[in-house]
Design a protein around this ligand. Structure first.
Ligand SMILES: Cc1cc2nc3c(=O)[nH]c(=O)nc-3n(C[C@H](O)[C@H](O)[C@H](O)COP(=O)(O)OP(=O)(O)OC[C@H]3O[C@@H](n4cnc5c(N)ncnc54)[C@H](O)[C@@H]3O)c2cc1C
Length: 532
């Protein structure tokens, strides 16, 4: 199979790119691949909203830029921050034109929310299901273009580069090129090749490497792992954002339900098991301090009081307003017997967002030729050491647009690569024991949660590395002898991504942004990105 534009991922980044390419090139083929249902993405679960300057009387680009730089703790690329904040307004207008609806006041102005780290009310939202609404609008826009082909439940295993043509490719090889991908066809169980002129990785986050995460099961860091295997550049993987307030449900594994930060923006107060509003002891901004500070404060309160959760108190808020702004959260709590007007909501931090990823330049170009990355899998320089809340949907749209702009100039000049060999499955057999995969997966999540979580130490990192190394060896030998399955591929990718997080964390001899190591509690004079 061939495609002029190959898009891996059907979240906000992938679909934005696909629509733009389809609009400009009606005669060219755009192929979108996703490993799950079309809308099973991190995008669908975004609650709080999308940050953007729309009220120019009270707000300004400068204020949004400043807030982003402060959150990024010295590691943002200022040029990229300016690009995202300024160009974001046009991208928001575009998605509104494509049908996305954001809540409005009676006078027709946007109803703007405020979240931790923002100095102004600037978050556009659709109740508490903003991502679902944006994904809906994007999918219906995609459906209008006959030159977009959409393949669901199709797992991308690896990028195709010169390596597959028999050349030795190392980190120092100049001009590594991407010719397309190998995919696992779930119907035939065969690995097929898809040849493309340009490829966009929009594979999302990696929250699943932790035991508790707000991310759905697709978030296994596949894009990052594929680029690392192809000898491309990966950056700042140690900056994992933990959302301070996922709903705490004892005994529940997998994706945790998120209680958006906007609830604290509207007046929600965090309390420990003794009922104390503890945030004032940690930061003058109290419950609206940036996420990393709130997450560490909760972690510390849980350790002091010996509990697995704290509470969010919204009992003093108007229940009518709460239901109007957060209907989804209200219903979810009620389904568990929590009436938010009378009861405290039990919450605990959960892995939420990966700030680092595939290193790109300001046009979304990776270190591999004809390969772009956008959205959560990319490290563009916007977030630095910490993401400002609700900046990620904005970044995904701005960079999807920029990738498309650059790719649109290249595609007419490019041709398909011939002579790509078929996938070599010689010597592999069907897996006999799935337990070898499922148990290793649990171990990865355990290691990452216990040793590489919100607070890190040198000894924990070194233990984590030793254990991940062992899992890597075992999984690689399984991979050499077993027919490829999505489960095995995901495990392999999660081990690679965990390795990159631990490696980044071990190289960073300081505490900065989201990375906090008690052996190096201060910031270093040397301000640097860690590129692996
Ligand atoms: C609960 C929650 C709440 C959030 N709230 C907000 C918010 O309020 N505001 C904000 O700005 N951000 C928020 N975020 C973050 C934001 O939603 C994500 O960063 C963003 O949606 C990522 O979009 P994406 O297009 O990069 O990836 P995704 O939307 O995650 O899409 C990834 C796609 O890649 C596909 N894929 C992955 N690997 C493969 C493979 N090997 N083969 C084939 N397909 C593959 C997946 O199937 C999927 O289609 C939230 C995230 C979560 C989880």
């Amino acid at each position: 199979m061939q495609a002029d534009f190959l898009v891996i991922g059907s979240g906000i980044a992938g679909l934005t790119f696909a629509v733009k390419a389809a609009q400009q090139f009606p005669e060219k083929k755009i192929l979108v691949i996703t490993k799950a249902h079309a809308d099973e993405t991190n995008t669908k679960y975004a609650q709080g909203g999308i940050a953007g300057v729309t009220d120019f009387e009270k707000d300004s680009f400068e204020k949004h830029i400043e807030d982003t730089l402060i959150a990024g703790d010295g590691l943002c690329n200022r040029q990229v921050v300016e690009i995202v904040v300024k160009e974001g307004v046009d991208r928001i207008r575009e998605i509104i034109d494509w049908g996305a609806q954001f809540d409005k006041e009676d006078d027709g102005d946007f109803k703007l929310g405020r979240e931790g780290g923002h100095s102004e009310f600037r978050i556009l939202h659709h109740k508490d299901v903003t991502g679902k609404e944006m994904e809906r609008a994007l999918l219906s826009e995609v459906a209008k273009y006959s030159n977009i082909e959409f393949i669901k439940h199709c797992f991308v295993v690896d990028l195709i580069t010169q390596h597959h043509l028999g050349f030795l490719v190392t980190k120092s090889t100049p001009d590594i090129e991407c010719y397309g991908v190998y995919v696992l066809n779930r119907e035939t169980n065969q690995i097929e090749k898809i040849i493309a002129k340009v490829t966009l990785l929009a594979t999302g986050g990696n929250g699943q490497i932790y035991r508790s995460t707000t991310n759905p099961s697709i978030a296994t860091g596949d894009g990052v792992a594929m680029v690392y295997r192809a000898k491309g550049r990966i950056e700042n993987m140690e900056f994992n954002q933990f959302h301070p307030t996922a709903l705490y449900e004892p005994g529940v594994r997998g994706q945790s339900f998120l209680i958006t930060e906007a609830v604290r923006g509207d007046g929600g107060i965090l309390r420990n098991k003794n009922g104390e509003a503890f945030m004032e002891r940690y930061d003058p901004r109290k419950d609206l301090a940036p996420r990393d500070i709130v997450a560490r404060a909760i972690d510390s309160e849980m350790k002091i009081t010996g509990t697995e959760n704290v509470y969010l108190d919204v009992r003093h808020m108007s229940v009518e307003k709460f239901v109007e702004h957060f209907p989804n959260i209200y219903e979810k709590c009620l389904s568990l017997g929590i009436d938010v007007s009378k009861h405290l909501i039990p919450v605990a931090p959960a892995a939420h967002y990966s700030c680092g990823g595939i290193k790109t330049d300001e046009w979304g170009r990776t270190s591999i030729k004809n390969l772009y990355a956008a959205g959560e899998c990319a490290s563009t320089g916007l977030h630095g050491a910490n993401r400002l809340a609700s900046n990620s949907l904005l970044e995904a749209m701005v960079f999807a647009h920029r990738c498309y702009m650059d790719a649109a100039l290249k595609v007419p000049e490019l041709s398909y690569k011939n002579d790509i060999p078929d996938w070599n499955a010689r010597g592999t057999t069907q897996p006999k024991e799935m337990i070898l995969i499922t148990q290793s997966l649990k171990e990865v999540q355990q290691i990452m949660s216990d040793y590489v979580g919100i607070v890190r130490t040198n000894i924990r990192l070194s233990r984590a590395m030793k254990r991940i190394d062992l899992l890597w060896e075992e999984t690689e030998s399984l991979y050499q002898t077993t027919t490829v399955s999505p489960q095995l591929s995901e495990l392999r990718n999660m081990i690679t991504v965990s390795y990159l997080v631990i490696k980044g964390a071990s190289f960073r001899h300081e505490s900065r942004g989201l990375h906090f190591n008690t052996d190096y509690p201060n910031k270093s004079e040397m301000v640097q990105n860690i590129v692996l």
